[in-house]
Design a protein around this ligand. Structure first.
Ligand SMILES: [Zn+2]
Ligand SMILES: [Zn+2]
Length: 242
């Protein structure tokens, strides 16, 4: 039986829905009452990674080994395991662009939910103690107004019921890496990170969160300083694998 307060909560929610119907987070079309989180068009267009994925980057893996050809070529990744929620193209690519560069932070709950679900589905029951975002340099945070990875980390931590910690600092301003190859990216992020709070890291199994996995150079530099500061292990979770 519904209590008075449950009835009034439902009435308030109904009223709010009537005034401002929920929107599809990807295309912002109004969702019909009771419709799923995405509109049917976006649901149909959402790119999906295949079931078989690479343990090194979280991307598709057509081969028989645990690692995809690119990860085998790059050599040992410093993290234990990587999971990515989507391939980086189509609707997901556009949405990430809006999320990072056009202040569409309303996309964060959708991305975070998909990332938490992908981690649960593909990480083979790996245990983690805390989630931590790849930090931005303070100047870039100021320019952008937010750190997209930090917002995701807080939401994912809630879903996976672990702590969200921020022990990493970006101590050097680095250039945008979009047009760089792996060697240039490695050089660009060398010495870019430091651990500000070693106590928070020691013996912790950490899940490092970022938006897009491209070459893995940024994630590798951040992972290296976390392991150096005493983390028991680092795994990686991104929205998409490029
Ligand atoms: Zn939509
Ligand atoms: Zn791979």
């Amino acid at each position: 039986m519904l209590t008075c307060s449950a009835v009034s909560t439902r009435l308030v929610r109904l009223f709010v829905d009537l005034c401002a119907p929920p929107l599809c987070p990807l295309c912002r079309a109004a969702l019909a009452h009771g419709q799923a989180e995405l509109c049917s068009d976006c649901q149909a267009d959402l790119p999906q990674s295949p079931e078989r994925r690479c343990h090194g980057c979280g991307g598709a893996n057509a081969g028989h080994l645990a690692l995809c050809p690119e990860c085998l070529r790059v050599g040992a990744r410093p993290w234990d395991f990587a999971v990515s929620a989507f391939p980086f193209h189509g609707l997901v690519r556009d949405a990430i662009h809006c999320y990072k560069y056009r202040r569409r932070t309303s996309l964060a709950p959708f991305f975070a939910r998909c990332m938490a679900e992908a981690w649960t589905a593909y990480a083979e029951n790996r245990r983690i103690d805390a989630i931590t975002p790849v930090p931005l340099h303070w100047f870039r945070t100021w320019q952008r107004g937010y750190n997209q990875a930090a917002i995701l980390s807080r939401l994912i931590a809630k879903q996976l019921q672990v702590n969200c910690i921020t022990p990493l600092r970006r101590i050097r301003y680095t250039r945008q890496q979009a047009r760089m190859d792996l060697t240039q990216r490695r050089k660009n992020v060398h010495g870019a990170f430091a651990v500000a709070n070693r106590k928070a890291v020691v013996n912790q199994r950490l899940l490092l969160v970022d938006d897009v996995f491209t070459t893995g150079a940024t994630l590798a530099a951040a992972t290296a300083v976390l392991l150096d500061a005493g983390a028991a292990s680092v795994s990686v979770l991104t929205i998409a694998r490029d």
